[in-house]
Design a binder for this molecule. Sequence first.
Ligand SMILES: Cc1cc2nc3c(=O)[nH]c(=O)nc-3n(C[C@H](O)[C@H](O)[C@H](O)COP(=O)(O)OP(=O)(O)OC[C@H]3O[C@@H](n4cnc5c(N)ncnc54)[C@H](O)[C@@H]3O)c2cc1C
Length: 540
Amino acid sequence: MASETQAGPAGAALPLPPMKWDAWGDPALAKELSADIKGLLAAALGVTGDATPGPAADEIVLHPSRITADDLKALAAAVGETNVSAADADRLPRAGGKSTPDLLRRRSRDPQDAPDAVVLPGDEQEIAAVLALCAERRIAAVPFGGGTSVVGGLDPERGGLTAVISLDLRRLDRLHDLDETSGEAVLGAGLTGPAAEALLAERGYELGHYPQSFRYATLGGFAATRSSGQDSAGHGRFDEMVRGLRVVTPAGVLDLGRAPASAAGPDLRELFLGSEGTLGVITAVRLRVHPLPAVKAYEAWSLPDFATGSAALRAVEQAGTGPTVIRLSDEAETMVNLATTEQIGGAPAITGCLAVTVFEGTAEQVATRHRLTRDTLLAAGATSVGEAPARAWEHGRFNAPYLRDSLLSAGALCETLETAASWSRLPQLRTAVTEALTTALPGALVLCHISHVYPTGASLYFTVVAALGEDPLTRWAAAKRAAGDAIVTAGGTITHHHAVGADHRPWMSDEIGELGVRILRAVKAELDPAGILNPGKLIP
Ligand SMILES: Cc1cc2nc3c(=O)[nH]c(=O)nc-3n(C[C@H](O)[C@H](O)[C@H](O)COP(=O)(O)OP(=O)(O)OC[C@H]3O[C@@H](n4cnc5c(N)ncnc54)[C@H](O)[C@@H]3O)c2cc1C
Protein backbone atom coordinates (compact mmCIF):
# COMPACT_ATOMS: atom_id res chain seq x y z
CA MET A 1 0.00 0.00 0.00
CA ALA A 2 1.24 3.51 -0.71
CA SER A 3 2.11 5.98 2.04
CA GLU A 4 -0.70 7.44 4.14
CA THR A 5 -2.38 10.83 3.82
CA GLN A 6 -4.13 12.72 6.57
CA ALA A 7 -7.29 10.63 6.71
CA GLY A 8 -6.00 7.31 5.47
CA PRO A 9 -3.84 5.47 3.04
CA ALA A 10 -3.13 6.89 -0.40
CA GLY A 11 -4.24 5.08 -3.54
CA ALA A 12 -7.93 5.18 -2.66
CA ALA A 13 -10.44 5.37 -5.49
CA LEU A 14 -13.31 6.56 -3.25
CA PRO A 15 -13.66 9.45 -0.80
CA LEU A 16 -12.16 8.20 2.48
CA PRO A 17 -13.91 8.24 5.83
CA PRO A 18 -12.76 11.45 7.53
CA MET A 19 -11.08 9.57 10.38
CA LYS A 20 -7.57 8.20 10.30
CA TRP A 21 -7.58 4.44 9.64
CA ASP A 22 -5.77 3.53 12.90
CA ALA A 23 -6.85 6.31 15.26
CA TRP A 24 -9.63 8.64 16.23
CA GLY A 25 -10.58 11.68 14.18
CA ASP A 26 -8.40 14.27 12.59
CA PRO A 27 -4.67 13.54 13.06
CA ALA A 28 -4.05 17.31 13.20
CA LEU A 29 -5.87 17.34 16.55
CA ALA A 30 -3.86 14.45 18.04
CA LYS A 31 -2.87 15.10 21.66
CA GLU A 32 0.55 14.78 23.23
CA LEU A 33 0.41 13.37 26.76
CA SER A 34 0.97 16.15 29.28
CA ALA A 35 3.62 15.83 31.99
CA ASP A 36 0.78 15.43 34.52
CA ILE A 37 -0.69 12.46 32.67
CA LYS A 38 2.73 10.87 32.17
CA GLY A 39 3.31 11.24 35.91
CA LEU A 40 -0.03 9.63 36.66
CA LEU A 41 0.68 6.72 34.28
CA ALA A 42 4.07 6.09 35.83
CA ALA A 43 2.79 6.31 39.41
CA ALA A 44 -0.45 4.37 38.99
CA LEU A 45 0.42 1.83 36.30
CA GLY A 46 4.20 1.78 36.01
CA VAL A 47 3.85 2.85 32.37
CA THR A 48 6.88 4.97 31.55
CA GLY A 49 7.44 4.30 27.85
CA ASP A 50 7.67 7.04 25.26
CA ALA A 51 5.09 7.02 22.50
CA THR A 52 6.04 4.53 19.81
CA PRO A 53 4.57 5.11 16.35
CA GLY A 54 2.49 2.23 14.94
CA PRO A 55 2.99 0.83 11.46
CA ALA A 56 2.35 3.08 8.46
CA ALA A 57 -0.52 2.17 6.16
CA ASP A 58 1.87 0.76 3.57
CA GLU A 59 3.10 -1.79 6.14
CA ILE A 60 -0.41 -3.17 6.73
CA VAL A 61 -1.27 -6.44 5.02
CA LEU A 62 -4.90 -7.20 4.23
CA HIS A 63 -6.18 -10.63 3.32
CA PRO A 64 -6.78 -10.55 -0.45
CA SER A 65 -10.22 -9.42 -1.58
CA ARG A 66 -12.59 -12.28 -2.38
CA ILE A 67 -14.85 -10.23 -4.62
CA THR A 68 -14.83 -11.37 -8.26
CA ALA A 69 -14.36 -9.13 -11.27
CA ASP A 70 -17.87 -10.08 -12.34
CA ASP A 71 -19.31 -9.04 -8.93
CA LEU A 72 -17.53 -5.70 -9.19
CA LYS A 73 -18.94 -5.16 -12.68
CA ALA A 74 -22.47 -5.90 -11.49
CA LEU A 75 -22.08 -3.59 -8.46
CA ALA A 76 -20.70 -0.84 -10.70
CA ALA A 77 -23.73 -1.22 -12.97
CA ALA A 78 -25.95 -0.63 -9.90
CA VAL A 79 -24.22 2.43 -8.39
CA GLY A 80 -21.82 3.72 -11.06
CA GLU A 81 -18.18 2.78 -11.58
CA THR A 82 -16.82 5.65 -9.51
CA ASN A 83 -18.70 4.38 -6.45
CA VAL A 84 -17.19 0.91 -6.19
CA SER A 85 -13.68 -0.11 -5.23
CA ALA A 86 -11.80 -3.19 -4.14
CA ALA A 87 -8.55 -1.26 -3.57
CA ASP A 88 -6.83 -2.00 -0.26
CA ALA A 89 -6.67 1.73 0.37
CA ASP A 90 -10.49 1.86 0.37
CA ARG A 91 -10.92 -1.41 2.27
CA LEU A 92 -8.58 -0.63 5.18
CA PRO A 93 -10.42 2.46 6.57
CA ARG A 94 -13.68 0.43 6.60
CA ALA A 95 -12.13 -2.68 8.21
CA GLY A 96 -13.89 -2.07 11.53
CA GLY A 97 -14.97 0.49 14.10
CA LYS A 98 -13.06 2.49 16.72
CA SER A 99 -13.03 0.42 19.88
CA THR A 100 -9.64 -0.08 21.50
CA PRO A 101 -9.50 -3.70 20.23
CA ASP A 102 -10.31 -2.33 16.74
CA LEU A 103 -7.38 0.09 16.98
CA LEU A 104 -5.05 -2.65 18.26
CA ARG A 105 -6.08 -4.93 15.41
CA ARG A 106 -5.59 -2.13 12.85
CA ARG A 107 -2.11 -1.45 14.23
CA SER A 108 -1.13 -5.13 13.99
CA ARG A 109 1.48 -6.20 11.46
CA ASP A 110 -0.25 -9.60 11.04
CA PRO A 111 -2.49 -9.99 7.98
CA GLN A 112 -5.93 -8.60 8.82
CA ASP A 113 -9.43 -8.90 7.47
CA ALA A 114 -11.29 -6.13 5.65
CA PRO A 115 -14.41 -5.88 3.50
CA ASP A 116 -13.75 -7.34 0.06
CA ALA A 117 -15.07 -4.21 -1.64
CA VAL A 118 -16.58 -0.84 -0.77
CA VAL A 119 -19.80 0.40 -2.39
CA LEU A 120 -21.22 3.93 -2.10
CA PRO A 121 -24.91 3.92 -3.11
CA GLY A 122 -26.52 7.30 -3.80
CA ASP A 123 -30.21 6.61 -3.18
CA GLU A 124 -32.80 4.02 -2.16
CA GLN A 125 -33.08 2.52 -5.65
CA GLU A 126 -29.34 1.92 -5.73
CA ILE A 127 -29.40 0.39 -2.23
CA ALA A 128 -32.26 -1.93 -3.26
CA ALA A 129 -30.33 -2.93 -6.39
CA VAL A 130 -27.15 -3.64 -4.38
CA LEU A 131 -29.07 -5.73 -1.83
CA ALA A 132 -30.73 -7.73 -4.64
CA LEU A 133 -27.32 -8.38 -6.21
CA CYS A 134 -25.88 -9.41 -2.87
CA ALA A 135 -28.72 -11.88 -2.24
CA GLU A 136 -28.36 -13.33 -5.73
CA ARG A 137 -24.56 -13.63 -5.54
CA ARG A 138 -24.38 -14.59 -1.85
CA ILE A 139 -22.42 -11.52 -0.74
CA ALA A 140 -22.77 -10.07 2.77
CA ALA A 141 -23.29 -6.31 3.19
CA VAL A 142 -22.25 -4.26 6.23
CA PRO A 143 -23.92 -0.83 6.36
CA PHE A 144 -21.22 1.74 7.23
CA GLY A 145 -22.17 5.14 8.69
CA GLY A 146 -19.44 7.10 10.44
CA GLY A 147 -17.40 4.02 11.33
CA THR A 148 -17.43 4.82 15.08
CA SER A 149 -18.88 1.52 16.37
CA VAL A 150 -17.21 0.31 19.55
CA VAL A 151 -18.88 -3.11 19.70
CA GLY A 152 -17.58 -4.83 16.57
CA GLY A 153 -20.67 -3.68 14.64
CA LEU A 154 -18.62 -3.21 11.46
CA ASP A 155 -16.54 -6.40 11.59
CA PRO A 156 -16.30 -7.63 7.97
CA GLU A 157 -17.97 -10.99 8.62
CA ARG A 158 -18.98 -13.06 5.62
CA GLY A 159 -21.36 -15.32 7.54
CA GLY A 160 -20.61 -18.27 5.29
CA LEU A 161 -21.26 -16.24 2.13
CA THR A 162 -18.74 -15.76 -0.66
CA ALA A 163 -17.63 -12.19 0.12
CA VAL A 164 -18.54 -9.11 2.17
CA ILE A 165 -18.93 -5.48 1.06
CA SER A 166 -18.96 -2.30 3.10
CA LEU A 167 -22.04 -0.27 2.15
CA ASP A 168 -20.82 3.25 2.90
CA LEU A 169 -23.88 5.51 3.21
CA ARG A 170 -22.13 8.90 3.11
CA ARG A 171 -23.94 9.95 -0.09
CA LEU A 172 -27.31 10.02 1.73
CA ASP A 173 -26.48 13.51 2.95
CA ARG A 174 -29.47 15.76 2.36
CA LEU A 175 -31.92 17.75 4.44
CA HIS A 176 -35.08 16.53 2.68
CA ASP A 177 -37.60 18.59 4.59
CA LEU A 178 -38.01 20.90 7.58
CA ASP A 179 -41.57 21.23 8.87
CA GLU A 180 -41.30 24.24 11.17
CA THR A 181 -44.95 24.03 12.17
CA SER A 182 -44.56 20.51 13.54
CA GLY A 183 -40.93 20.83 14.62
CA GLU A 184 -39.81 17.88 12.46
CA ALA A 185 -36.99 17.47 9.94
CA VAL A 186 -36.36 14.65 7.46
CA LEU A 187 -32.64 14.07 7.06
CA GLY A 188 -30.50 11.62 5.10
CA ALA A 189 -29.04 8.76 7.13
CA GLY A 190 -25.49 9.43 5.94
CA LEU A 191 -25.26 12.94 7.42
CA THR A 192 -22.74 13.27 10.24
CA GLY A 193 -23.75 15.02 13.45
CA PRO A 194 -22.05 18.34 12.55
CA ALA A 195 -23.36 18.26 8.95
CA ALA A 196 -26.93 17.70 10.15
CA GLU A 197 -26.68 20.42 12.80
CA ALA A 198 -25.21 22.87 10.24
CA LEU A 199 -28.12 22.29 7.84
CA LEU A 200 -30.64 22.79 10.64
CA ALA A 201 -28.83 25.80 12.13
CA GLU A 202 -29.09 27.63 8.78
CA ARG A 203 -32.85 27.61 9.44
CA GLY A 204 -32.56 28.37 13.18
CA TYR A 205 -33.09 24.78 14.40
CA GLU A 206 -31.16 22.19 16.33
CA LEU A 207 -31.41 18.45 16.87
CA GLY A 208 -29.36 18.48 20.10
CA HIS A 209 -27.81 15.01 19.86
CA TYR A 210 -24.21 15.23 21.08
CA PRO A 211 -22.62 11.85 21.79
CA GLN A 212 -18.86 11.93 22.28
CA SER A 213 -18.57 10.53 18.72
CA PHE A 214 -20.70 13.47 17.41
CA ARG A 215 -18.08 14.79 14.99
CA TYR A 216 -17.97 11.61 12.89
CA ALA A 217 -21.01 9.41 13.58
CA THR A 218 -24.08 9.61 11.31
CA LEU A 219 -27.82 9.90 11.82
CA GLY A 220 -28.34 6.39 10.39
CA GLY A 221 -25.75 5.05 12.82
CA PHE A 222 -27.42 6.86 15.74
CA ALA A 223 -30.75 5.25 14.86
CA ALA A 224 -29.27 1.81 14.15
CA THR A 225 -27.51 1.75 17.55
CA ARG A 226 -29.99 3.66 19.78
CA SER A 227 -27.34 6.22 20.54
CA SER A 228 -27.54 8.50 23.55
CA GLY A 229 -26.03 11.99 23.55
CA GLN A 230 -24.58 14.00 26.41
CA ASP A 231 -27.60 16.36 26.33
CA SER A 232 -30.00 13.46 26.83
CA ALA A 233 -31.43 14.85 30.09
CA GLY A 234 -32.88 17.75 28.08
CA HIS A 235 -33.37 16.38 24.58
CA GLY A 236 -33.71 12.65 25.14
CA ARG A 237 -31.95 9.71 23.54
CA PHE A 238 -31.74 9.54 19.76
CA ASP A 239 -34.45 6.87 19.59
CA GLU A 240 -36.78 9.31 21.38
CA MET A 241 -36.12 11.95 18.70
CA VAL A 242 -37.05 9.62 15.82
CA ARG A 243 -40.60 10.27 14.60
CA GLY A 244 -40.25 8.26 11.38
CA LEU A 245 -37.84 6.05 9.43
CA ARG A 246 -37.35 4.89 5.87
CA VAL A 247 -35.68 1.49 5.59
CA VAL A 248 -34.65 -0.53 2.52
CA THR A 249 -34.68 -4.24 3.25
CA PRO A 250 -34.01 -7.14 0.87
CA ALA A 251 -37.78 -7.82 1.08
CA GLY A 252 -38.88 -4.26 0.23
CA VAL A 253 -39.02 -0.67 1.49
CA LEU A 254 -40.68 0.43 4.74
CA ASP A 255 -41.84 3.95 5.57
CA LEU A 256 -42.68 3.94 9.27
CA GLY A 257 -44.14 6.50 11.66
CA ARG A 258 -47.14 8.47 10.37
CA ALA A 259 -48.34 10.50 13.32
CA PRO A 260 -46.93 11.84 16.59
CA ALA A 261 -48.51 8.85 18.31
CA SER A 262 -50.50 5.88 17.15
CA ALA A 263 -52.48 2.92 18.47
CA ALA A 264 -52.08 0.97 15.22
CA GLY A 265 -50.51 -2.09 16.78
CA PRO A 266 -46.91 -2.57 17.90
CA ASP A 267 -44.64 0.28 16.81
CA LEU A 268 -42.52 -1.16 13.99
CA ARG A 269 -40.08 1.76 14.20
CA GLU A 270 -38.79 0.04 17.32
CA LEU A 271 -37.72 -2.97 15.25
CA PHE A 272 -35.30 -0.85 13.28
CA LEU A 273 -34.07 1.40 16.09
CA GLY A 274 -31.14 -0.65 17.34
CA SER A 275 -31.25 -3.09 14.41
CA GLU A 276 -27.55 -2.45 13.68
CA GLY A 277 -27.74 -3.07 9.96
CA THR A 278 -29.05 -6.62 10.40
CA LEU A 279 -32.63 -6.04 9.22
CA GLY A 280 -32.37 -3.24 6.67
CA VAL A 281 -30.61 -0.09 5.60
CA ILE A 282 -32.00 3.08 7.17
CA THR A 283 -31.98 5.73 4.44
CA ALA A 284 -33.71 8.71 6.10
CA VAL A 285 -34.97 9.67 9.54
CA ARG A 286 -37.74 12.09 10.47
CA LEU A 287 -36.60 13.75 13.67
CA ARG A 288 -38.04 16.02 16.33
CA VAL A 289 -36.11 19.32 16.21
CA HIS A 290 -36.28 22.49 18.29
CA PRO A 291 -35.29 26.16 17.83
CA LEU A 292 -31.64 26.89 18.64
CA PRO A 293 -31.46 27.76 22.35
CA ALA A 294 -31.40 31.49 23.04
CA VAL A 295 -29.50 31.19 26.32
CA LYS A 296 -27.25 28.65 28.04
CA ALA A 297 -26.12 28.50 31.67
CA TYR A 298 -23.46 26.36 33.33
CA GLU A 299 -22.74 25.26 36.87
CA ALA A 300 -20.47 22.57 38.32
CA TRP A 301 -20.75 20.93 41.71
CA SER A 302 -18.68 19.08 44.22
CA LEU A 303 -20.29 16.19 46.09
CA PRO A 304 -18.71 14.47 49.05
CA ASP A 305 -18.98 10.96 47.60
CA PHE A 306 -20.57 9.00 44.75
CA ALA A 307 -23.54 7.77 46.79
CA THR A 308 -24.49 11.33 47.79
CA GLY A 309 -23.92 12.51 44.22
CA SER A 310 -26.00 9.73 42.76
CA ALA A 311 -28.88 10.51 45.15
CA ALA A 312 -28.60 14.20 44.20
CA LEU A 313 -28.90 13.44 40.48
CA ARG A 314 -31.86 11.17 41.19
CA ALA A 315 -33.56 13.96 43.12
CA VAL A 316 -33.09 16.37 40.20
CA GLU A 317 -34.37 13.90 37.61
CA GLN A 318 -37.34 12.76 39.68
CA ALA A 319 -38.33 16.35 40.43
CA GLY A 320 -38.08 17.15 36.70
CA THR A 321 -36.20 20.42 37.19
CA GLY A 322 -35.00 20.31 33.56
CA PRO A 323 -31.21 20.52 33.10
CA THR A 324 -30.09 19.75 29.53
CA VAL A 325 -26.91 18.06 30.77
CA ILE A 326 -26.35 16.47 34.17
CA ARG A 327 -23.54 14.02 34.89
CA LEU A 328 -21.51 12.89 37.86
CA SER A 329 -17.95 11.53 37.98
CA ASP A 330 -16.90 9.20 40.77
CA GLU A 331 -13.96 9.99 43.05
CA ALA A 332 -11.39 8.29 40.80
CA GLU A 333 -12.63 9.95 37.61
CA THR A 334 -12.77 13.33 39.32
CA MET A 335 -9.18 12.88 40.51
CA VAL A 336 -7.99 11.93 37.02
CA ASN A 337 -9.89 14.81 35.46
CA LEU A 338 -8.19 17.16 37.91
CA ALA A 339 -4.82 15.78 36.82
CA THR A 340 -5.73 16.20 33.15
CA THR A 341 -6.53 19.85 33.66
CA GLU A 342 -7.79 20.40 30.12
CA GLN A 343 -11.01 18.67 31.18
CA ILE A 344 -11.84 21.16 33.90
CA GLY A 345 -9.24 23.92 33.44
CA GLY A 346 -8.91 26.54 36.13
CA ALA A 347 -11.33 24.93 38.57
CA PRO A 348 -11.29 25.78 42.25
CA ALA A 349 -10.21 23.01 44.61
CA ILE A 350 -12.64 20.15 44.08
CA THR A 351 -12.83 17.20 46.40
CA GLY A 352 -14.99 14.12 46.23
CA CYS A 353 -17.06 13.86 43.07
CA LEU A 354 -17.57 16.44 40.34
CA ALA A 355 -21.00 16.96 38.77
CA VAL A 356 -21.65 19.11 35.73
CA THR A 357 -24.93 20.80 34.79
CA VAL A 358 -25.88 22.79 31.67
CA PHE A 359 -29.21 24.54 31.05
CA GLU A 360 -30.73 25.67 27.73
CA GLY A 361 -33.82 27.46 26.47
CA THR A 362 -35.24 30.95 26.59
CA ALA A 363 -33.82 33.27 29.26
CA GLU A 364 -36.87 32.64 31.42
CA GLN A 365 -36.75 28.84 31.03
CA VAL A 366 -33.03 28.75 31.78
CA ALA A 367 -33.42 30.89 34.89
CA THR A 368 -36.21 28.66 36.23
CA ARG A 369 -34.50 25.37 35.37
CA HIS A 370 -31.22 26.55 36.82
CA ARG A 371 -32.79 27.78 40.07
CA LEU A 372 -34.86 24.62 40.65
CA THR A 373 -31.91 22.34 39.90
CA ARG A 374 -29.60 24.42 42.09
CA ASP A 375 -32.03 24.28 45.03
CA THR A 376 -32.39 20.51 44.65
CA LEU A 377 -28.64 19.88 44.42
CA LEU A 378 -27.83 22.14 47.36
CA ALA A 379 -30.47 20.40 49.47
CA ALA A 380 -28.93 17.04 48.50
CA GLY A 381 -25.46 18.01 49.77
CA ALA A 382 -23.79 19.56 46.70
CA THR A 383 -21.46 22.56 46.86
CA SER A 384 -21.24 24.86 43.86
CA VAL A 385 -17.78 25.17 42.28
CA GLY A 386 -18.90 27.77 39.76
CA GLU A 387 -19.41 27.67 36.03
CA ALA A 388 -15.78 27.28 34.82
CA PRO A 389 -15.51 23.48 35.21
CA ALA A 390 -18.83 22.98 33.40
CA ARG A 391 -17.78 25.27 30.53
CA ALA A 392 -14.40 23.52 30.34
CA TRP A 393 -16.14 20.14 30.23
CA GLU A 394 -18.29 21.31 27.30
CA HIS A 395 -15.28 22.82 25.51
CA GLY A 396 -13.24 19.59 25.70
CA ARG A 397 -16.05 17.08 25.51
CA PHE A 398 -15.24 15.66 22.07
CA ASN A 399 -11.47 15.45 22.63
CA ALA A 400 -11.09 12.50 25.03
CA PRO A 401 -10.78 9.92 22.20
CA TYR A 402 -7.55 11.64 21.09
CA LEU A 403 -6.15 11.02 24.54
CA ARG A 404 -6.91 7.31 24.14
CA ASP A 405 -4.77 7.21 20.96
CA SER A 406 -1.84 8.81 22.77
CA LEU A 407 -2.24 6.46 25.74
CA LEU A 408 -2.17 3.45 23.41
CA SER A 409 0.96 4.70 21.70
CA ALA A 410 2.56 5.24 25.12
CA GLY A 411 1.81 1.67 26.26
CA ALA A 412 -1.46 2.10 28.17
CA LEU A 413 -4.68 0.32 27.27
CA CYS A 414 -7.71 2.57 27.65
CA GLU A 415 -11.21 1.26 26.97
CA THR A 416 -14.76 2.02 28.05
CA LEU A 417 -17.94 0.08 28.70
CA GLU A 418 -21.40 1.10 29.81
CA THR A 419 -24.59 -0.23 31.30
CA ALA A 420 -27.75 1.00 33.02
CA ALA A 421 -30.07 -0.10 35.80
CA SER A 422 -32.79 1.18 38.07
CA TRP A 423 -31.64 3.54 40.85
CA SER A 424 -32.10 0.88 43.51
CA ARG A 425 -29.70 -1.51 41.74
CA LEU A 426 -27.11 1.06 40.67
CA PRO A 427 -24.75 0.84 43.70
CA GLN A 428 -24.45 -2.98 43.50
CA LEU A 429 -24.02 -2.79 39.74
CA ARG A 430 -21.16 -0.32 40.06
CA THR A 431 -19.42 -2.42 42.70
CA ALA A 432 -19.85 -5.65 40.73
CA VAL A 433 -18.46 -4.22 37.48
CA THR A 434 -15.54 -2.50 39.21
CA GLU A 435 -14.61 -5.70 41.03
CA ALA A 436 -14.86 -7.76 37.84
CA LEU A 437 -12.58 -5.36 35.98
CA THR A 438 -9.97 -4.97 38.71
CA THR A 439 -9.87 -8.74 39.29
CA ALA A 440 -9.36 -9.42 35.58
CA LEU A 441 -6.85 -6.59 35.16
CA PRO A 442 -4.96 -6.28 38.46
CA GLY A 443 -3.66 -2.78 39.04
CA ALA A 444 -5.98 -1.19 36.45
CA LEU A 445 -7.51 2.21 37.09
CA VAL A 446 -11.31 1.96 36.87
CA LEU A 447 -13.16 5.26 36.57
CA CYS A 448 -16.92 5.63 36.48
CA HIS A 449 -19.53 8.29 35.82
CA ILE A 450 -23.28 8.57 35.59
CA SER A 451 -23.75 9.65 32.00
CA HIS A 452 -27.54 9.59 31.47
CA VAL A 453 -30.39 9.86 33.97
CA TYR A 454 -34.03 8.79 33.93
CA PRO A 455 -36.72 9.08 36.59
CA THR A 456 -36.34 5.36 37.35
CA GLY A 457 -32.61 4.81 36.88
CA ALA A 458 -29.37 5.82 35.23
CA SER A 459 -26.49 4.60 33.10
CA LEU A 460 -23.00 3.92 34.39
CA TYR A 461 -20.03 4.56 32.09
CA PHE A 462 -16.72 2.92 33.01
CA THR A 463 -13.27 3.85 31.72
CA VAL A 464 -10.48 1.33 32.29
CA VAL A 465 -6.81 2.26 32.04
CA ALA A 466 -4.18 -0.47 32.39
CA ALA A 467 -0.66 -1.19 31.25
CA LEU A 468 -0.81 -2.54 27.70
CA GLY A 469 1.53 -5.43 28.56
CA GLU A 470 1.65 -8.71 26.69
CA ASP A 471 -1.29 -9.74 24.50
CA PRO A 472 -3.65 -6.87 25.41
CA LEU A 473 -6.42 -8.17 23.13
CA THR A 474 -6.74 -11.44 25.07
CA ARG A 475 -6.45 -9.70 28.44
CA TRP A 476 -9.11 -7.16 27.50
CA ALA A 477 -11.41 -9.90 26.14
CA ALA A 478 -11.21 -11.66 29.53
CA ALA A 479 -11.93 -8.41 31.39
CA LYS A 480 -14.85 -7.61 29.09
CA ARG A 481 -16.28 -11.13 29.60
CA ALA A 482 -16.02 -10.74 33.38
CA ALA A 483 -17.66 -7.30 33.26
CA GLY A 484 -20.47 -8.53 30.98
CA ASP A 485 -21.22 -11.45 33.29
CA ALA A 486 -21.16 -9.12 36.32
CA ILE A 487 -23.58 -6.73 34.59
CA VAL A 488 -26.06 -9.50 33.83
CA THR A 489 -25.85 -10.94 37.36
CA ALA A 490 -26.30 -7.50 38.95
CA GLY A 491 -29.42 -6.78 36.89
CA GLY A 492 -28.00 -4.22 34.46
CA THR A 493 -28.46 -4.06 30.70
CA ILE A 494 -25.57 -5.34 28.62
CA THR A 495 -25.55 -1.99 26.81
CA HIS A 496 -27.22 1.34 27.46
CA HIS A 497 -26.06 3.09 24.25
CA HIS A 498 -23.08 1.41 22.57
CA ALA A 499 -25.33 -1.31 21.08
CA VAL A 500 -24.72 -5.05 20.71
CA GLY A 501 -22.66 -5.66 17.58
CA ALA A 502 -20.44 -8.74 17.76
CA ASP A 503 -19.04 -7.95 21.21
CA HIS A 504 -22.26 -8.04 23.27
CA ARG A 505 -23.97 -10.76 21.24
CA PRO A 506 -23.01 -13.52 23.73
CA TRP A 507 -25.28 -11.84 26.34
CA MET A 508 -28.32 -11.26 24.10
CA SER A 509 -30.19 -14.31 25.32
CA ASP A 510 -29.59 -13.18 28.92
CA GLU A 511 -30.97 -9.79 27.93
CA ILE A 512 -34.12 -10.80 26.02
CA GLY A 513 -34.49 -14.55 26.66
CA GLU A 514 -34.48 -17.44 24.18
CA LEU A 515 -37.97 -16.58 22.94
CA GLY A 516 -36.87 -12.99 22.36
CA VAL A 517 -33.94 -14.25 20.29
CA ARG A 518 -36.31 -16.47 18.26
CA ILE A 519 -38.54 -13.46 17.53
CA LEU A 520 -35.56 -11.49 16.20
CA ARG A 521 -34.45 -14.47 14.08
CA ALA A 522 -37.97 -14.80 12.64
CA VAL A 523 -38.05 -11.11 11.69
CA LYS A 524 -34.60 -11.44 10.12
CA ALA A 525 -35.71 -14.52 8.14
CA GLU A 526 -38.68 -12.55 6.77
CA LEU A 527 -36.76 -9.40 5.82
CA ASP A 528 -33.39 -10.89 4.89
CA PRO A 529 -33.95 -14.52 3.89
CA ALA A 530 -30.49 -14.85 2.30
CA GLY A 531 -28.84 -13.58 5.49
CA ILE A 532 -26.77 -10.93 3.70
CA LEU A 533 -27.23 -8.06 6.16
CA ASN A 534 -24.41 -7.64 8.69
CA PRO A 535 -23.88 -11.31 9.65
CA GLY A 536 -22.62 -12.11 13.13
CA LYS A 537 -24.04 -8.98 14.79
CA LEU A 538 -26.83 -8.41 17.30
CA ILE A 539 -28.81 -11.65 16.79
CA PRO A 540 -27.25 -14.81 18.27
C1 LIG B 1 -14.78 7.72 20.98
C2 LIG B 1 -16.19 7.25 20.89
C3 LIG B 1 -17.16 7.86 21.63
C4 LIG B 1 -18.48 7.42 21.56
N1 LIG B 1 -19.44 8.07 22.28
C5 LIG B 1 -20.73 7.66 22.20
C6 LIG B 1 -21.74 8.34 22.94
O1 LIG B 1 -21.49 9.33 23.64
N2 LIG B 1 -23.01 7.90 22.83
C7 LIG B 1 -23.34 6.84 22.02
O2 LIG B 1 -24.50 6.49 21.93
N3 LIG B 1 -22.39 6.16 21.33
C8 LIG B 1 -21.11 6.56 21.39
N4 LIG B 1 -20.15 5.89 20.68
C9 LIG B 1 -20.53 4.74 19.85
C10 LIG B 1 -20.87 5.11 18.39
O3 LIG B 1 -20.38 6.37 18.08
C11 LIG B 1 -22.36 5.08 18.19
O4 LIG B 1 -22.77 3.73 18.24
C12 LIG B 1 -22.86 5.69 16.87
O5 LIG B 1 -24.26 5.77 16.94
C13 LIG B 1 -22.47 4.94 15.63
O6 LIG B 1 -22.76 5.75 14.49
P1 LIG B 1 -21.96 5.59 13.14
O7 LIG B 1 -22.60 6.45 12.12
O8 LIG B 1 -20.52 5.80 13.36
O9 LIG B 1 -22.26 4.08 12.80
P2 LIG B 1 -21.25 2.93 12.38
O10 LIG B 1 -20.21 2.77 13.42
O11 LIG B 1 -20.81 3.15 11.00
O12 LIG B 1 -22.25 1.68 12.45
C14 LIG B 1 -22.75 1.23 13.68
C15 LIG B 1 -23.75 0.09 13.42
O13 LIG B 1 -24.91 0.60 12.78
C16 LIG B 1 -25.06 0.05 11.48
N5 LIG B 1 -25.48 1.15 10.60
C17 LIG B 1 -24.85 2.33 10.41
N6 LIG B 1 -25.57 3.11 9.59
C18 LIG B 1 -26.69 2.41 9.27
C19 LIG B 1 -27.83 2.67 8.47
N7 LIG B 1 -28.00 3.84 7.84
N8 LIG B 1 -28.77 1.71 8.36
C20 LIG B 1 -28.64 0.53 9.01
N9 LIG B 1 -27.59 0.23 9.78
C21 LIG B 1 -26.63 1.16 9.92
C22 LIG B 1 -23.72 -0.56 11.13
O14 LIG B 1 -23.85 -1.65 10.24
C23 LIG B 1 -23.20 -0.97 12.49
O15 LIG B 1 -23.76 -2.20 12.88
C24 LIG B 1 -18.81 6.32 20.73
C25 LIG B 1 -17.81 5.71 19.96
C26 LIG B 1 -16.51 6.17 20.04
C27 LIG B 1 -15.46 5.52 19.21
